[in-house]
Structure formats: structure tokens, C-alpha cells
Design a protein around this ligand. Structure first.
Ligand code: FPP
Ligand code: MG
Length: 276
């Protein structure tokens, strides 16, 4: 039973929490506006690693870790959009992930289906920030209901032209490069005779999933969870000037305060290049 005094204290606590959340939100938005005034990366890529370790650490089922991982993706997309980053890529399901247990794959596929459908709705984040969503990878290997959701969200967002979100699913860089080389050879054979068919780097680059999806080169690639590998993600795209960061936070706990030092490092390097 709550007494009058207890109820008053409870309401007061709620009000304090609400005010604190609002103040934090205002401070974060102000910070993002200040950071957006400096050089901003055009393309940020995330290897969203550590969902299951995060779940185990918090005594949750691993599926919870993946669901919280999606919440982080949405949060980081919003941060990037407020910074006016033009393109965000996220590694959501590697070709290699098909080797995981059927239960985990089923959960990830259902999550992908539900979230892609949710994001395609009016008033949701993609609509709010004018983001076109592309799913990049061998999508023919995904279950029918996920392919259906992909067609739905890609068609619903195809006219959005302010920013791009690439969700890489059933993806590997080696597969992307092999597909790009095959397309480049086919196109070249269509144009010239077989004896003079020569493929250049530009021909391959033009056929990459990311290029076909209109993405600029990757400026920053971040992998969470302390693992220092690229795991076959955007290898061609990270060949030149990409700044690669490995951070200890598990993906579900990654946030603005982990991103700020990475962004400041990017801005410092751009500024020092301009001065030299
Ligand atoms: C890596 O952590 C994460 C994944 C394999 C899945 C990532 C997927 C999401 C964050 C949701 C994606 C949302 C959409 C819309 C497709 P891990 O499982 O390797 O965890 P661990 O490194 O701790 O084992
Ligand atoms: Mg992992």
C-alpha cells in the first residue's frame, strides 16, 4: 500500500528523472551541433560486435543482445544524421553467420524482418531524416519473408535523398569483390572484343554493392567489443584513407560518448592535413 507521502516522493523522483533525461538530451544535441560545424565524415561504417557477450554479462538470453543491438543501430543512425553524416553502413549478418545455430539465425531473421518493416513506415527514422535504405549482400540466401521486407523498405525509401543507410546482410567483402569483378568482365565483354577485354580498378569499384548503392568512400570504420579484425567487411572500401577504430564497448552499450573521441580524432587529422 502506498501512503500519500510515498506517492509524493515517487512522483517527485519521476519528475527529477524526466528533467535529468531532458537536460542530457539537450546537452547531447548541442554537442552534436558544435561537432557538426567541423569536418564531418561522409561515410561511417560499423562492425556491430559483442551482442552475445553483452547479453551474457547481463544474464540475458543472447536474442536480447541482438535486439538491444538493433536499438543501438537506430541510436547511432540518429547521432550520425544529426551530425549530417551522409552515409552509414552496418554489418548486420555476415555470410559466415549462416554457420550459427538455427535458433539464433531464426531470431536474427525475424528481427531483421520486423525492424525493416517498422523502419519503412512514415514518421519513422528513415522518413524523418530522408534516409534511403539499401540491403547489401547475397540477399537470395535470406528467407523469403526477409527478402519481402527488403523489397518493401527499399521501395518505400527509394526517393529519400538526404542520406543512405546500408545494412549489410548475407554479406562478405570477398563475395562482393567477386561479384563486382564478374559484372565488370561481363560489361567489358559487351562493349569490346574478347581479346582486348581489360579490367581496371575503376571498373571493379564501379560494380561494388556500395558504389551501386551510391555510397561515398568509407571515412571511419568502427568495430566494437575489443576484437581487432575486419572480418571480411568493406575490405576494398577501406583500402585508402579510412580511419579504423577498435573500441572495447560491446555494441549494445556503444553510444555518443564512445563516438565523440573517434570523431574528434577524425577532425584533428583533417585539420592537421589542411594546415600542413
Ligand atoms: C555480432 O555480435 C552481431 C551480429 C552477428 C548481429 C548484428 C545484428 C543486429 C545488431 C541487429 C540488426 C538489425 C537489422 C535491421 C538487420 P555477436 O553475435 O558476434 O556477439 P559476440 O561477439 O559477443 O559473440
Ligand atoms: Mg562476435
Amino acid at each position: 500500500m502506498y501512503t500519500r507521502a510515498n506517492l509524493k516522493t515517487l512522483m517527485l523522483l519521476r519528475a527529477v528523472r524526466w528533467i535529468r533525461a531532458k537536460v542530457v538530451q539537450k546537452v547531447e544535441r548541442l554537442l552534436l551541433r558544435i561537432l557538426a560545424a567541423g569536418p564531418v565524415p561522409k561515410h561511417v561504417a560499423f562492425v556491430m560486435d559483442g551482442n552475445r557477450r553483452y547479453a551474457r554479462l547481463h544474464h540475458q538470453h543472447i536474442n536480447e543482445g541482438h535486439s538491444e543491438g538493433f536499438t543501438t543501430l537506430r541510436r547511432m543512425l540518429e547521432v550520425c544524421m544529426r551530425l549530417e553524416v551522409r552515409c552509414v553502413s552496418a554489418y548486420a549478418f555476415a555470410l559466415d553467420n549462416f554457420r550459427r545455430s538455427p535458433e539464433e539465425i531464426e531470431h536474427l531473421m525475424n528481427l531483421a524482418h520486423d525492424k525493416l518493416m517498422e523502419m519503412s513506415r512514415h514518421g519513422q527514422i528513415l522518413d524523418e531524416y530522408g534516409v534511403r535504405l539499401n540491403v547489401l549482400g547475397k540477399t537470395s540466401l535470406l528467407p523469403g519473408h526477409v527478402q519481402e521486407a527488403i523489397r518493401h523498405v527499399e521501395s518505400a525509401t527509394k526517393n529519400n535523398n538526404k542520406a543512405i543507410l546500408n545494412i549489410c546482410m548475407s554479406y562478405s567483402s570477398q563475395d562482393e569483390m567477386t561479384t563486382a569483378v564478374n559484372s565488370a568482365v561481363r560489361l567489358s565483354l559487351e562493349k569490346s572484343n574478347p581479346d582486348s577485354c581489360e579490367i581496371t580498378e575503376d571498373d571493379i569499384d564501379a560494380q561494388l554493392f556500395t558504389t551501386l548503392a551510391g555510397s561515398p568512400p568509407v571515412d571511419i570504420l568502427i568495430r566494437t567489443s575489443g576484437v581487432k579484425r575486419l572480418s571480411d567487411f568493406l575490405l576494398w572500401q577501406c583500402a585508402e584513407n579510412t580511419q579504423i577504430h577498435f573500441t572495447k564497448a560491446y555494441w549494445p552499450e556503444f553510444g555518443l560518448w564512445d563516438f565523440i573521441p573517434i570523431l574528434l580524432d577524425y577532425q584533428r587529422k583533417i585539420w592537421s592535413k589542411r594546415i600542413l
